[in-house]
Design a protein around this ligand. Structure first.
Ligand code: MG
Length: 345
């Protein structure tokens, strides 16, 4: 049953009109308008046929979703996106925020070499927040990445200054049906080659372009509608990648996490910078969602990407024995990110 001031999309609220969740905004005095109707519309927006049908599964419409466990391995991740922190609604649509919330989790699944399974989405929203617009983007990403939203929760937020509050939490499973198993961060070894799945910095450059009122085109799209590299992650796993991480916080920070987990250092000899981006965007800019891949079999990786019809992975350097050695183009690369170290050697 829904809790007071919240309602779960498992519950199919329109069928439970006396469930105690009929007001939005808690004690804030907003009219008890439309929460169940909203949930009903959201459930219909998210309803899909295909996967799940005829298998005894239940998605939206019960107290909890019922799913068949996948063959092989399951991964599980969660991510929180907060309007104003992870996305400025003055610069993008609320549907874009929903898309980004989903893609952040899809990217974490991809970074394990897994494919998205199912998602549940919890939203806390102030009275002025456009929840249905948010779900447009969530539904679009669900379709794009074949990741059904099988349930969730919706709560009002009360209190002064909270009218525009919008917090989105996505929990997502991913699946690896057959060996090799999911790719962790901690198995890179000295001598392994480091790749990225594409040039970096487009998202950060896109944010700058949007702030300058020039966000039309691919750079703005890179910020508003980033892509997760699911096929690339799967291909890298199959090709024997030793470690992998997605670039969600910036190359410097994310690669440092991989190196720390693996107990290695790294020397980066290349920095692929996206068109329209600067070097510092590529080093420190987050949410590109390209993957960083370590492998002891670089030729196998390149061949497998080609066989899958994927963009060639870009070699950026190698892992080294000394865990304290972390360099980019011969300069120390601070784990925390960009510190203007890229002047001429
Ligand atoms: Mg990640």
């Amino acid at each position: 049953m829904p809790r007071p001031n919240s309602a779960d999309t498992h519950g199919g609220g329109a069928d439970e009109p006396s469930g105690g969740a009929g007001r939005r905004g808690g004690g804030g005095g907003r009219p008890a308008r439309g929460e169940f109707a909203t949930i009903d519309r959201l459930a219909r927006r998210l309803a899909r046929r295909g996967r799940g049908s005829g298998t005894g599964e239940t998605w939206i419409g019960d107290d909890a979703a019922v799913l068949r466990p996948p063959a092989g391995w399951m991964v599980l991740t969660t991510d929180v996106v907060v309007a104003g922190v992870h996305g400025d609604l003055a610069l993008m649509g609320v549907d874009d925020l929903g898309w980004r919330a989903m893609v952040a989790s899809v990217s974490d699944v991809a970074a394990m070499g897994a494919r998205p399974g199912h998602a549940v989405v919890a939203v806390a929203a102030g009275g002025d927040a456009d929840v249905e617009g948010l779900y447009e983007g969530i539904a679009a990403a669900s379709e794009e990445y074949d990741c059904p939203v099988v349930g969730g929760d919706l709560s009002g937020v009360a209190g002064p200054g909270t009218a525009a509050t919008l917090v989105v939490s996505v929990a997502m499973t991913g699946e690896v049906a057959e060996a090799p198993p999911p790719v962790r961060r901690g198995e890179a070894r000295a001598g392994h080659t480091l790749f990225v799945t594409g040039p970096l910095g487009a998202s950060a450059a896109g944010l700058r372009a949007l702030r300058a009122g020039q966000g039309e085109g691919p750079l703005g799209d890179a910020y508003r509608r980033p892509r997760a590299r699911v096929a690339e992650g799967d291909a890298a796993r199959r090709a024997g990648a030793s470690a992998m991480v997605d670039v969600s916080d910036g190359l410097a920070g994310d690669l440092a996490r991989l190196a720390t987990a693996s107990g290695v250092g790294f020397e980066l000899t290349e920095l692929p910078v996206a068109a329209g981006a600067e070097q510092e965007d590529a080093v420190g800019g987050g949410e590109d969602f390209e993957l960083v891949i370590a492998t002891g079999r670089p030729d196998v990786l390149a061949d497998h990407f080609a066989a899958c019809g994927l963009r060639p992975p870009l070699a950026i350097g190698a892992c080294v024995t000394d865990p304290a050695r972390r360099t980019l183009l011969g300069h120390p690369l601070p784990a925390g990110g960009w510190e203007h170290v890229l002047g001429p050697s």
